[in-house]
Design a protein around this ligand. Structure first.
Ligand code: COA
Length: 257
């Protein structure tokens, strides 16, 4: 069904693997098509409760947008390409089910932006992050100037975006880009482990966490959204089950509604 990605379902976790290892998993038009459909499936398929995005092979997560598609673009085509990428990455960011990036090598340009669009990032020790678009006379086009700045702050984002420098997994963790770093063979098992833990929580509450955090706003608007979403949790059976289970000193049995 897919040309450029692999998917598998394990313990309700959908593992989406970008599968162009000979091109370091660069994001071409087909990858965006496939990713778009796969993320729709994450939204709609009740058998899927969370997802992992990773790259095929041991060298790269995703080494960027496919540069071979850039040569012939004019302004309006490039604008369209960027808007399309934004649409797919926004869908990842706003997924009501958790999506985690397991960064297993180079995460450059669009690859770094793909990881940044996920809800959080686990990385392997050999991972490298960077936004090298300035080397090509470009800027990031899939959210990098915005998501990176929000995550690491203005000055670090300026340095990374203007220099095009790559940083190691350890440095990425120090500046808050990667949450955790593991030896390569432990990356997927550890990512599955955290998602299994998250899947044991009330799914509606988890989706409301995603919504509130994504709409972070330090003005009253952010607090107002939290107040509204907190109230909405009380319309779910899972909120009653959670409190009852605590008071009855047993494990909750969440049903997802
Ligand atoms: N777009 C298209 N093809 C890419 C690519 C990209 N972003 N990144 C890597 N590739 C291709 C290479 O052209 C090469 O293909 P070939 O074997 O047909 O020549 C193959 O993937 C392997 O890459 P190569 O450059 O030989 O590997 P390396 O180990 O020497 O270098 C990188 C690895 C990641 C440092 C280097 O590939 C690179 O700089 N890639 C581009 C990164 C970038 O600028 N990304 C932002 C794009 S906006």
């Amino acid at each position: 069904m897919y040309q450029t990605i692999l998917t598998s379902l394990e313990n309700a976790i959908c593992i989406i693997t970008i599968n162009r290892p000979d091109k370091l998993n660069a994001l071409n038009n087909e990858v965006f098509n496939d990713l778009d459909v796969a993320i729709d499936d994450v939204y709609k398929n009740p058998e899927i409760r969370s997802a992992i995005i990773t790259g095929a092979g041991t060298k790269a997560f995703v080494a960027g947008a496919d540069i071979s598609e850039f040569l012939e673009l004019d302004t309006s085509e490039a604008t369209e390409l960027s808007a399309r990428g934004h649409k797919v990455f926004d869908k990842i960011e706003n997924s009501p089910k958790p999506i985690v990036a397991a960064v297993n090598g180079f995460a450059l340009g669009g690859g770094c932006e793909l990881a940044l669009a996920c809800h959080f990032i686990y990385a392997s020790e050999n991972a490298k992050f960077g936004q090298p678009e300035v080397n090509l006379g470009l800027i990031p086009g899939y959210g990098g100037t915005q998501r990176l700045t929000q995550l690491v702050g203005r000055n670090l984002a300026m340095e990374l975006l203007m220099s095009g420098n790559m940083i190691s997994a350890k440095e990425a963790m120090e500046i808050g880009v990667a949450n955790k770093v593991f030896p390569p063979e432990e990356l997927l098992p550890k990512t599955k482990e955290i998602l299994s833990l998250i899947q044991s929580k009330a799914p509606v509450a988890v989706s409301k966490v995603i919504e509130c955090v994504n709409n972070f706003d330090h003005t009253q608007q952010g607090y107002d959204l939290e107040i509204k979403k907190f109230g909405e949790c009380f319309a779910t059976g899972d909120a009653k089950e959670g409190a009852s289970a605590f008071l009855e000193k047993r494990k909750p049995n969440f049903k997802g509604n």
